[in-house]
Design a protein around this ligand. Structure first.
Ligand SMILES: C[S@@+](CC[C@H](N)C(=O)[O-])C[C@H]1O[C@@H](n2cnc3c(N)ncnc32)[C@H](O)[C@@H]1O
Length: 272
């Protein structure tokens, strides 16, 4: 009988960590504020509840919860982003327990949190079953796991597919877009949850122009930086053109600016 060999998740995680560290996601995170607000509205953490933001980047969702007087922790495996998060919290006079760590091995005890959040974060962990198990493990029974996940259809799907043409995904690793499908998220969280509710939601991203949008991603988004490196000098120009085409496809502005429509899956799972 043929057995499937498992990908080397540790090696893939290390490559991905280096990729995210090569950019500065904080410069892009402003576009995620609207998703952070939507997640907190959906999961509704109350003052005093314990909230974890997984793969928090510079802490955009963590800060929304902290403004509600929740007791908040945020974890990401890029130390520079955790430092950014600490700086943002200090600037607002908020307290957040920001820590460096991996979404596939959360450094928290079982049932430590009432609410667990992740925006386009945990979805990138290569060992999806392990990462989903960690979300469920640290959430208390009856607690809420709220996710904003990239969907295969729409800007996110086209954007990540474009990157994949230049820097193919590691063999055997399931795509992050799996979290953005009802079937995928049910496979990942269904067994440990009392209920899993999904709703596609729209989020607009604002740039001075389509060219400016591509400039921002080329300068600061780790996966774009990596795809450009792999593409080489010639491929880089084509990558840029392809990305401009994706941003243009979803641009809803009627002036010279870019108002890019993204559709994401908002999931709220209630822990069994
Ligand atoms: C698209 S950014 C989103 C960041 C943040 N959630 C936000 O909305 O601003 C993806 C983030 O996931 C982090 N990340 C990806 N895989 C991770 C993992 N296995 N463990 C911890 N962080 C991870 C990256 O470092 C990056 O900060």
């Amino acid at each position: 009988m043929k057995t499937e060999t498992q990908p080397d998740y540790q090696a893939v995680t290390e490559t991905q960590r280096a990729t995210w560290a090569s950019g500065d996601f904080h410069e892009i995170a402003r576009q995620n504020v609207v998703m952070a607000e939507a997640l907190c509205e959906a999961a509704d953490p109350h003052p005093g509840e314990r909230v974890l933001d997984v793969a928090c980047g510079s802490g955009t969702a963590a800060l929304v919860a902290a403004r509600r007087y929740c007791d908040v922790a945020g974890i990401d495996y890029v130390p520079a982003l955790i430092e950014r998060g600490r700086g943002r919290a200090a600037a607002e006079g908020l307290e957040v327990d920001f820590r460096v760590g991996d979404a596939q091995a959360l450094p928290f005890a079982d049932a430590s949190f009432d609410v667990v959040l992740s925006i386009y974060g945990v979805q990138f962990a290569p060992d999806q079953e392990k990462a989903a198990g960690e979300l469920l493990r640290v959430c208390r029974p009856g607690g809420r796991i709220a996710l904003a996940s990239p969907m295969p259809k729409g800007w996110s799907g086209d954007f990540f597919a474009t990157h994949g043409r230049y820097n193919p995904p590691p063999p055997g690793v399931k795509p992050p877009l799996r979290w953005g499908t009802e079937e995928g998220v049910a496979e990942l969280l269904g067994e440990g949850s009392r209920s899993v509710e999904n709703e596609p939601r729209r989020a607009l991203q604002y740039y001075r122009s389509v060219e400016h949008a591509v400039d921002v991603f080329t300068a600061y988004f780790g996966p774009t930086i990596r795809a450009a490196e792999v593409a080489g000098a010639e491929g880089r120009e084509r990558l840029r053109e392809d990305l401009e085409a994706v941003f243009t496809r979803y641009n809803r502005a009627t002036d010279a600016s870019a108002v890019v429509e993204n559709t994401y899956l908002l999931t709220v799972a209630t822990r069994a």
